[in-house]
Write a protein that binds this ligand. Structure first.
Ligand code: BGC
Length: 784
């Protein structure tokens, strides 16, 4: 069973764990207990192999296309985590014999995975086995493993087969050509292979060390080189009560790494071999300490404290922050964050609007350097977005719905089964889910507001905002009857409505995009710099500006209906049929409705997959009154199945905004439970990175009430009853703040003094904080 209470003392609320073994739930634990550092991600597969496992290791950015009918995806890298273990000649695995004790924990503080098993074989011999593993935060290329095997009742012959296995695929798709294989000194293995299409060289090494009762033993392993696989097999006679320790240290380098870009493949092998030779001398313990120290430093800067009745909440925010660290490629701004991070094959390692709307806010307010990487990633992919616009007959930059390395569209065309026709369902999002383009611009603008990074804007940010505005200007079509510009044939955030006209979210965000470009243009005209003049000429912005103005003034923005203040989600939603959704609202697994109806049928029902109008109300909050927000919540939420993990967090934040902290708290619990909850099938394909970002947003934006709509920081806390206090760090315009909130008061301390004074609003009043000052404001509780 998944446990939240396995951390004791200092480690209370720092540990997630399981206390029994069940092969049916392997995938869940593999995903939520994944290790990583933003460079690589390794699923928490057990050392011994099971047919039900999905053994994955990904390295950020190494995209490859395995065939003409496939889209590019993050390939599964050669595996180092599997250990074949034989005890007295019998292969060890937990589906036979008898498990006497079992526990597995992920310590979020040190990021070490630890499994302890006491197992009795069919002959009655007991063994105690401890398996430990980490991926280093100190050296991004490094992974360490340690197995401690003790025969308890009788001496035993223990054999361990360990190596590098390049036979892995992505659900059958092969991404690597056969590699070069070599064994050095009967200790060290090298496996070097290149991706089949993108020609990225990936070099993996591993090093072994064996000890009995703490003394290193010389071992004579059997060497084996097979097809795409190299391994060493060690055999030891171990007395009862003696412990055999087997350490395996591995590293991965690729030709994509910034430090290796100019190197030949042979040099890459040499450099990484030298690195591992050096690192391996430190042994598992020291290498783990290096990594744990890096984690401790991270936590010291990030720690959020929630005091209250439900300790799970504290664990949940730490779990979210742990995954936010391991999903983020802090080392390289060419790579995005994938919908499943580096924890599974789901969504093929592609990035979505999840990044800007759900994940980036976390980094903006806690690690602005990483937020900069994310906006720079979108700059690296701007040319791909330009290509997509051109291919589709538009101008400017049309960002891909699913994005990999280049910004070209990589959404697959075909998806899961259509229950009516029995054929795969056509996926339209890559063609017509176009709001991603304004979401990217929105992300850039939020980055600017929160950091004031003028250099980024001058060199990259303005270009993104203006090119995306130009896309919208070319995308709009004139409706003579309505006398306005429309956006026809799109999918909005609610993917249960395909080929709709004037999705409210899409239209408003396009309008916002055009207006923001207009405002930037006007500001830059007043104080022209050399860079601006160049950009203006290169993109012919004087002409574009006129077009933006004309289009922005006349774009159709669906207004709240006079009768009930409901904003039509699109031109036809409110006229579609209503059905009883109870069965689907009470479902255990998501998307149950698609087992009863196909997409064409779902299209005709007033049912939403996820927050749609709600996201609009939250992102452009100043456009809409409290009454409009409330009316739309009442209308749309009961029709929403929350079949996307993105939905719950948005609803929780809006509930906070609507002054309903208890509802917000209930929804926060559901959002936190998407990966960390006891639905043992929810994360098989990988964790949900947007939902993980959403957990932080519920806490800081929802209950903490932090927002900065027009560029001024606002704090309007609304703690739920279950919490006594909440405190968190927050970066704003380069300064670090510490916010402490109780039901009665909020304290804001300015810990740095980059800016002489900071203007902000707390509970509706304006304040100015001078250098390293702290202010406490009593809360007017019960106020809306
Ligand atoms: C959701 C999208 C999301 C994608 C990746 C889909 O199921 O509907 O909004 O971007 O998953 O997380």
């Amino acid at each position: 069973m998944l446990r939240y209470d396995m951390g004791e003392g200092e480690l209370r609320n720092w540990v997630i764990g399981e206390d029994s073994f069940n092969v049916r739930y392997l995938a869940k634990y593999e995903a939520i207990m994944s290790l990583g550092n933003g460079y690589m991600g390794v699923r928490a597969c057990t050392e011994e192999s099971y047919p039900q496992e999905t053994r994955n290791c990904f390295v950020a950015g190494t995209f490859n296309r395995s065939g003409a009918s496939e889209v590019t995806e993050l390939p599964n890298i050669a595996d180092v985590t599997e250990l074949g273990i034989w005890l007295d000649g019998e292969g060890f695995h937990l589906e036979k014999g008898n498990i006497e004790e079992y526990s597995r924990t992920l310590n979020l503080q040190t990021a070490e995975l630890n499994r302890r098993v006491i197992w009795r074989n069919d002959r009655g011999n007991r063994f105690e086995m401890v398996f430990r593993r980490f991926v280093s935060l100190h050296n991004k290329h490094l992974l360490g493993m340690r197995a401690e095997l003790t025969p308890c009742t009788a001496a035993a012959e223990i054999s361990i087969r360990s190596g590098i296995n390049g036979q892995v695929t992505n659900s059958g798709a092969q991404h690597f050509a056969e590699g070069d294989k070599r064994i050095y000194d009967k200790k060290m293995i090298q496996y070097a292979a290149a991706t089949t299409e993108s020609n990225i060289h990936v070099v993996t090494h591993c090093h072994h060390r064996c000890l009995v009762d703490d003394a290193e033993v010389a071992a004579e392993p059997r060497l084996s080189i097979e097809r795409r696989k190299v391994s060493l097999e060690y055999t030891f006679q171990v007395e009862a009560g003696q412990t055999l320790v087997f350490e395996k240290i591995a590293n991965i380098h690729t030709s994509l790494d910034l430090e290796h870009r100019q190197q030949e493949a042979a040099k890459l092998c040499e450099v990484s071999l030298d690195e591992l030779r050096l690192e391996a001398t430190k042994g598992y313990g020291e290498l783990l300490q290096d990594s744990a120290k890096a984690w401790r430093e991270k936590w010291a800067a990030l720690d959020i404290k929630i005091k209250g009745m439900q300790e799970f909440d504290q664990l949940a925010i730490r779990f979210a922050q742990y995954h936010l660290v391991i999903m983020a490629p802090a080392h390289d701004n060419r790579f995005g964050i994938a919908a499943k991070g580096l924890t599974g094959e789901g969504y093929k390692g592609h990035s979505f609007w999840d990044t800007e709307i759900f994940i980036q806010p976390y980094f903006l307010f806690t690690d602005p350097g990483m937020a900069r990487n994310l906006v720079e990633y979108r700059y690296h992919t701007l040319d791909g977005a330009r290509r997509k616009a051109k291919e589709n007959g538009y101008r400017g930059a049309m960002y891909p719905w699913e994005s990999a390395l280049t910004g070209d569209e990589v959404t697959p065309e075909w998806g899961p089964v259509d229950v009516v026709t029995g054929t795969p369902t056509r996926i339209w999002t890559g063609l017509i889910e176009q709001h991603i383009t304004s979401d990217v611009a929105y992300g850039v603008w939020q980055y600017y507001l929160a950091t004031g990074d003028q250099l980024f804007m001058d060199t990259k940010g303005y270009e993104i905002i203006m090119e995306t505005a130009t896309f919208w200007a070319s995308r709009l079509t004139w409706n003579d009857a309505r006398k306005c510009f429309e956006i026809k044939d799109v999918i909005g955030p609610d993917e249960y409505k395909e080929h709709v006209d004037n999705n409210a979210y899409t239209n408003y965000m396009a309008h916002w995009n055009l207006q923001t470009a207009i405002a930037c243009y006007e500001k830059l005209q007043h104080a022209p710099s050399g860079m601006w003049i160049q950009l203006r000429n290169r993109l012919q912005l004087d002409k574009a500006y006129e077009e933006w103005q004309q289009k922005a003034e006349n774009i159709y923005l669906p207004r709240p209906r006079e009768t009930d203040l409901v904003i039509p989600q699109d031109d036809t939603y409110l006229g579609k049929k209503l059905i009883d959704l109870t069965k689907y609202r009470n479902q255990q697994e998501v998307a149950l409705i698609l087992e009863d109806y196909n997409m064409d049928q779902v299209n005709d029902i007033q049912v939403s997959k996820q927050a749609d109008v709600m996201v609009l109300l939250y992102l452009l909050e100043h456009y809409f009154s409290y009454e409009v927000k409330q009316a739309n919540w009442r209308y749309y939420e009961p029709k929403t199945l929350h079949d996307s993990s993105l939905s719950m967090a948005t609803h929780s934040i809006l509930a906070s905004d609507l002054g309903e902290p208890e509802l917000a708290y209930r929804l926060f619990g559901l959002a936190a439970g998407i990966d960390l909850g006891r639905n043992m099938k929810s994360s098989d394909q990988g964790i949900h990175t947007a939902s993980i970002g959403g957990i932080w947003k519920c806490v800081v934006f929802g209950f903490g009430g932090v927002r900065a709509p027009g560029g001024q920081l606002r704090i309007q806390p609304r703690l739920p009853e279950a919490w006594d206090s909440l405190s968190f760090p927050l970066y704003w315009q380069g300064d670090l703040l510490k916010i402490d909130i109780t039901h009665d008061a909020v304290q804001v301390a300015k810990l740095t003094d980059l800016n002489a004074s900071l203007r902000l609003s707390i509970d509706g009043q304006n304040y100015s904080l001078e250098s390293k000052e702290s202010i406490t404001v009593s809360l007017n509780t019960g106020k809306r």
